[in-house]
Design a protein around this ligand. Sequence first.
Ligand code: HEC
Length: 200
Amino acid sequence: MIKIIQTVLLTLSLALILSCKEQGNVEKKTESAEQQTTPSYQELGLNYALSAKAVLGKNLIGAIKTKGAEHALGFCSAKAIPLTDSVALALNVQIKRVSDKPRNPENKANKSQLKFIMAGKQILAQGKKIKPQLQEHDGKMIGYYPIVTNTMCLQCHGLPNDQITQATQKKLDDLYPLDMAKGYAENELRGIWVIEMDKK
Ligand code: HEC
């Protein structure tokens, strides 16, 4: 039962992962009476990912509302990594967003992350949900959590000069000459959150 609730919550939350866009509801994870045992690393990691997402989202959504996607882009470019880092520092974990097709080369997925992403794409293509993955490495617990696109992402990650306006495209070209993060459709795997936690 708990597992089912968790899976449903997780699926809902992850479907909403807007990384750069939308406000998350980190605190709203339902607490059923049964669920008072120590949370698993997988749940902890999810909450960390959602915290980072909430912070990015709150900031970016403000930028888009006041100035539109083209200018919000500048915000995302300057602030996505520092904001993620500050959340990680506050929570005492490591948080990264990585992709097989990164916009910022610093967000390039490594071999193990790529493997998860490739498998995840196939799962999505079959209309199924991607389950997070947890592994232990060098005394750390590392969680991978999918980041899936929705319509809103496409104004910066969709088709150039179509969903991405010419003005936005121009700015992207200036900021990211090696940009690979275009041409996405809705409900595709854009990347993953990588959460690294000390094992206690
Ligand atoms: C206003 C433009 C904009 C919107 C809208 C936007 N992004 Fe991004 N996204 C960016 C920029 C710019 C970067 C590069 C940030 C950096 O330099 O660290 C980025 C980076 C990312 C990354 C990190 C990997 C990489 O490619 O560098 C992920 C994952 C991501 N976006 C997912 C999403 C998802 C999912 C959505 C929609 C829910 C979304 N983005 C909406 C502009 C945007």
